[in-house]
Design a protein around this ligand. Sequence first.
Ligand code: SF4
Length: 445
Amino acid sequence: MEKKIFIKTFGCQMNEYDSNRIYDSVKKIGYKKTNDQENADCFILNTCHIRDKAKEKVYHEIGRVKKIYRKKSKPIMVIAGCVAQAENNEMLKREPYIDVVIGPQSYHKINDVLENLVPKNKKEETEFNTISKFEYFDRIENKNNKVSAFLTIQEGCDKFCHFCVVPFTRGPEYSRPYDKILSEAENLIKNGAKEITLLGQNVNAYLHVENNKKYRISNLINKLEKFSELKRIRYTTSHPKDMTDDLIDCYRNNKKLMPFIHLPIQSGSNKILKSMNRKHSVEEYINIYEKIKKINPKIEFSSDFIISYPGETEDDFNDTLKLVKQIKFINSYSYIFSPRPGTKAASLQLIDKEISKQRLLIIQKNLFDHQIKMNKSFEKKIVEVLVENKLKDQSKLFGRNKYFNSVIFDGNTNNIGKLLKVKIDSSNQNNLFGKIQENKGMRAA
Ligand code: SF4
């Protein structure tokens, strides 16, 4: 009999990609994806460790699942993702409702684990076996048929920023073979992808060597451009240290690479960057920004900021504020530092909560003001939108412009997958609203 599987995904696009690959895998052992979380035979929480209190949120979620299934038979409860990797066996000891704990580098074992699971014999799989994982998934077709598809090209991190758990939960940097990535891309395009976002924790550190030839992310971007059905290319998340000239040159030569770069800096103070172990300076970051702006002044940036990192003085904070005013980021993440167990920064002295809140308010006001201003600048203009889907329970369509802004407008579902010109009537901090433009002669922003 067919069994149903539901995966609740938290965190970044890499987790979303992983969840879809798990669906592709378990299909082989008779599981069918369901969106009905109240009637699943297997319930997976694909967790994220980036945000604060990640572990507690997982236990809270398990409590919710327990309530749903109080009066029916319990699903196989699987905890996957970075919290599973970080907590491993401890989770099985603390919460008997959990049947399986599986880390992100062990997903190739999911079918075996589910097929051979016997009650009272819980399973923990948290080894780092990235190569075997990708070798396994290379043999299974990526069934994703979204207009905008994700493609993981690289995993892990060797940089060890002192605040970050990624090197511990995803392991060392690993780059997938170039030809395997291209055949997965071809498959995604065949299934209808018009946009591909290349993913990696350090996506621009991508380096695959074969027959003495080095393949970098720039080679992938330039090769992808040649697929005529593919209209847009993006990549995330990058590190300033790996923003090499060959990648920067893609902005000069590649017509499908979108003019929007998410490039985290975390702080505008060199002292704080050093104590975070970021391995780049503010000047190096600005140098990258200027090189890219010189190629095309319409390319825009977004970033991540950690406010009140231990040791951040008023002067350090003002340096971050100065940077935010100088580089007018169009969209960014900012949050107050919170320690992650096991990282070097976890033992450092925290900055007063009230001071931290004030600093966050100031930074966010500057970031949001510019974001709103940027969005307003699209009003009365025509933008090119890739239509991704119909909004749930609404007649509206959803798509994105080149700068990754979400655009909402009336239209027929026949338009999904098309690049349309949309005239923007209004905007808020997060969305642009408009109407499909019939006049094909007008230029899009
Ligand atoms: S480079 Fe990114 S993923 Fe790696 S340790 Fe630093 S913040 Fe974490």
